[in-house]
Design a protein around this ligand. Structure first.
Ligand code: NAD
Ligand code: ZN
Length: 266
């Protein structure tokens, strides 16, 4: 399979393999690009259907929800429907396999994601979510959690209804909102702290399928670099991240299985 890649890319994959094989601690950050090959559009892709005239950045904010909660809620119900039947792709699978292998090789592989889908979990990974979870809800006023509106609940519902009607909190009557970190909101404290520690203490940091435009997640690679880590980026398109040591300019679903196969057989 390696032979199918361009020679320059093969050389970079070999360099990355060498670096990763001897790294005691690896920190990995994934973004929307890793789920693209599972059929979930990234945020830089244009929205389709009913939503083609809206920008995601204008819907994923507390201000948008305050102004028009019905609009934001129905957009999320649409996104849930879009994601409900999606499955992990070879990149998610390879990461899960690597984490499994790392337990016996005593390598520390910390996986952090900006994604709100659950494809890493479905593949069997242990993952830290920085931006919340598409399947959770909470009250927009009193914060009561309405978790467990899980994919399974949706899947097993006979009608698979992604109701667009707003729901009210049984405690305070406030509107229920998705348990997602919107633009302008703080990241979950524990998840961010774990991510910062993993980035600051790793030997190699890998950024997969993220445009590196959204902060503070984009800071993690800088933190790793300042603490002496090497940075690997996997993305078919260039990003503004200028501190990268090795760029693997290919799809994650092509690169990750190759990389993990090489690392785990060493
Ligand atoms: P992004 O859409 O900004 O970038 C996706 C990246 O993936 C691009 O750089 C693209 O070149 C790359 N890519 C595409 N296909 C790929 C593949 N097969 N393999 C590898 N890479 C591939 O996504 P992001 O960087 O995850 O965005 C960061 C955060 O911004 C998101 O987690 C999200 O929280 C936030 N955001 C949210 C919304 C929202 O609606 N909630 C909207 C915009 C941004
Ligand atoms: Zn409430």
């Amino acid at each position: 399979m390696l032979a199918e890649l361009l020679p320059a890319l093969i050389a970079e994959v070999e360099l990355a393999t060498k670096l990763l094989a001897s790294a005691p601690r690896v920190c990995i950050l994934t973004g929307a690009g890793i789920s693209a090959e599972s059929g979930i559009p990234t945020f830089r892709d244009n929205q389709t259907g009913l939503w083609e005239n809206y920008r995601a950045e204008d819907l994923a904010t507390p201000e948008a929800f305050a102004r028009d909660p019905e609009l934001v809620w129905s957009w999320y119900q649409w996104r849930r429907q879009l994601v409900a039947d999606k499955k992990p792709n070879p990149a998610h699978d390879a990461l899960a396999q690597w984490q499994y292998h790392a337990q016996s090789s005593h390598q520390q592989v910390t996986l952090i994601t900006q994604n709100v889908d659950d494809l890493h979990e479905q593949a069997g990974s242990d993952v830290i979510h920085l931006h919340g979870n598409l399947w959770g809800n909470r009250c927009s006023q009193c914060d009561t959690s309405y978790q467990n509106q899980s994919r399974r609940t949706f899947d097993s519902a006979s009608t698979l209804s992604f109701d667009e009607e707003l729901i009210n909190c049984s405690r305070c009557d406030g509107y229920i909102r998705p348990d997602i970190v919107w633009f302008g909101e703080a990241l979950p404290v524990q998840a961010w702290q774990t991510a910062e520690e993993a980035a600051a203490n790793c030997d190699v940091f890998i950024s997969i399928g993220t445009s590196s435009l959204v902060y503070p997640a984009a800071e993690l690679s800088q933190l790793a670099k300042q603490n002496g880590a090497k940075i690997i980026e996997i993305n078919p398109s260039p990003t503004p991240n200028t501190i990268v040591d090795i760029t693997l300019a290919e799809k994650a679903g092509v690169i990750m299985p190759l990389l993990v196969e090489q690392i785990t057989k060493l």
